[in-house]
Ligand binder design. Structure first.
Ligand code: MN
Ligand code: MN
Length: 280
């Protein structure tokens, strides 16, 4: 992966942005350490940079690394994330953001929605993250999709992997018209096939903790790695941006970093299919 400065703008199509922020995590800190470790896993000698559809992300020089955001102050975190994503869009690249806890998705989508006003968000998560507030914090990692939907930043929100629904979040889902597909109802034939641009928000805890234990909230009964790769690979819609969040390297096991890197590669492959048609 080339650095932001060195990459050739004519060839690079995806801008990778690290967002090392975990102060809105309600249970454990640690997700801020993830971006560096996902990069390390991506470039690990134990694998290669080819995606399963036959694209060499390394040789083709398709990823430009914008580095990690260095926050100036706690008060301006949301604005700084939004600006970071906007600068990637302005450079003509499709943003692929590495969290961080899930609170980062609200400012990311603020930036995305100015470019793509009719966004469909495909949200992978064990949790709906629809709380109006959590422990007094409206910007908690338990709340981003409530903020996104009440600000009308997405036309459609489709949630998959969900297995922690409760009364309050069910009311919120109904209020915002969220399409929740709970894990108990999962069918591998699931397809999202809208014409409009799709953004993927990928919370690592959508996976069963047996596959990716390095997360802050272990919620058994989730996806296998192959199941989520299948959903990504079978997406029949232009994928114009994504985030991979909630990997917590402080919890344990480098395997989770390898899973995050695998998901990154397959998301990148799908984003490349859309970039020439929908990128700028
Ligand atoms: Mn989440
Ligand atoms: Mn989650």
């Amino acid at each position: 992966m080339q650095t932001w400065e060195r990459s050739s703008p004519s060839r690079a199509k995806i801008g990778v942005l690290g967002i090392p922020y975990d102060a809105s995590s309600s249970h454990l800190r640690g997700a801020a350490d993830a971006p560096a470790l996902i990069r390390k896993a991506l470039h690990s000698d134990s694998s290669n940079l080819w995606t399963e559809n036959g694209t060499d992300l390394g040789a083709a020089d398709l990823l430009a690394d914008a580095g990690d955001l260095a926050f100036k102050s706690d008060q301006s975190v949301l604005d700084e994330i939004e600006q970071g994503v906007s600068s990637i869009l302005k450079a003509g690249l499709s943003p692929l953001c590495l969290g961080g806890d899930h609170s980062v998705t609200f400012p990311i989508i603020k930036a995305m929605s100015t470019r793509y006003p009719d966004l469909t968000i495909l949200h992978f998560d064990a949790h709906p993250d629809l709380y109006d507030e959590f422990n007094g914090d409206r910007y908690s990692h338990a709340c981003p999709f409530a903020r996104i939907m009440e600000a009308d930043l997405a036309t459609r929100l489709v949630q998959i992997g969900i297995r922690t629904m409760n009364g309050h979040q069910r009311e919120q889902a109904d209020r915002f018209g969220v399409e929740v597909i709970e894990m108990k109802d999962w069918n591998d034939e699931f397809l999202v096939t809208p014409d409009r641009p799709v953004y993927i928000s990928f919370d690592m805890d959508c996976l069963d903790p047996a596959f990716a234990p390095g997360i802050s909230h272990w919620e058994p009964g989730g996806f296998s790695t192959r199941q989520v790769l299948h959903v990504i690979q079978s997406l029949h819609a232009p994928l114009i941006g994504a985030d991979i969040v909630e990997y917590n390297p402080r919890v344990e096991t480098p395997i989770t970093g390898m899973v995050a890197a695998k998901v990154l590669k397959e998301i990148a492959a799908k984003m490349l299919e859309a970039h020439d048609k929908h990128g700028h």
